[in-house]
Design a binder for this molecule. Sequence first.
Ligand code: NAD
Ligand code: LMR
Length: 326
Amino acid sequence: MKPAVKVTITGAAGHIGYALVFRIASGAMFGQEQPVILRLLEIPQSMSALSGVRMELEDCAFPLLHDIVTTDDPTIGFRGTNYAILVGAKPRSKGMERKDLITENAKIFATQGRAINDFAARDVRVVVVGNPANTNALIAAANAPDLDRNQFTAMTRLDHNRALGQLANKTNTLVSDISRMTIWGNHSLTQYPHINHCQVNGQPVFDQVSHDWAIDHFIPRIQRRGAEIIEARGLSSAASAADAVVDHVHDWALGTKDDDWVSMSVHSDGSYGIDEGVVFSYPVTCKDGQYEIVQGLELDDLSVSRLKASEDELRSERAIIAELLP
Ligand code: NAD
Ligand code: LMR
């Protein structure tokens, strides 16, 4: 059997954590041939709840789960870890935007970036889920000077999956019939869910839906889906967020499908004219544990202005947390 992969999950006793750790332990993230060791990091106040999560993991008798470490010490939580999933942070409640969380949550990611820098495996891959996720990923990477910033990503896969679901409903097809969906920008209201390059069963999407539907219904629905869920549940998305984490890491580690791509928030390299100092959601392909931004997609004037609006928002978030960027 292969050596176990070490996966750290912060906020493991929270709502997303509770929906996530069992999926990883069951093999959903890395496949049925890959054992895992879970390193679960919490804050002292949540250690009792975390001990309950640990008991339930033990009680599942997962064959692939080789060990569980629970701790409130980041230097232990990230030690030797291969994948760091940074969920632990405050969620928003009704009426808030995700960026309203910035002052409360940002410091967490500076501390954790430093601990990852000092204690994680040198090829660690990091995905930030805690909001505002893109700017938190920027902070974590900036505090890990010994690592490559491309090892740090933020999650826009939930938006991507939401977009696939809505388009499949509209076209009366299966999500597996749809390819080349893209979420551009920030995991926020300014994100740009973009179907112009999508294919449905290999045919152009606009054979089946109109531009007006995309602009008036699809885009705002995806942009506001997080708030729609908070309105209905009284709590932010958890199971779907955990599922998106599984997809994000699965595809990063094991590769994307031929002739398709996924959406990941990564450090901009200037592609599509975006400031290199922000973490921006792009269409990416993954192979052998590396991602590449899809190049050469045509963007009309409306799309360019939408990307710009999201870039501007990310720059303004960056200005707020500038003191956390060494
Ligand atoms: P939650 O309140 O249920 O759980 C958060 C957990 O994090 C708690 O158990 C808390 O004790 C822990 N925590 C807080 N600070 C910590 C720290 N410094 N180290 C380790 N653990 C810490 O919240 P949730 O519903 O699980 O959501 C977590 C975050 O994920 C929120 O910021 C939410 O907005 C975000 N989120 C992002 C997406 C996305 O698509 N990117 C989707 C859903 C939720
Ligand atoms: C989501 O998109 O569901 C999460 O970012 C939670 C939120 O605050 O909307």
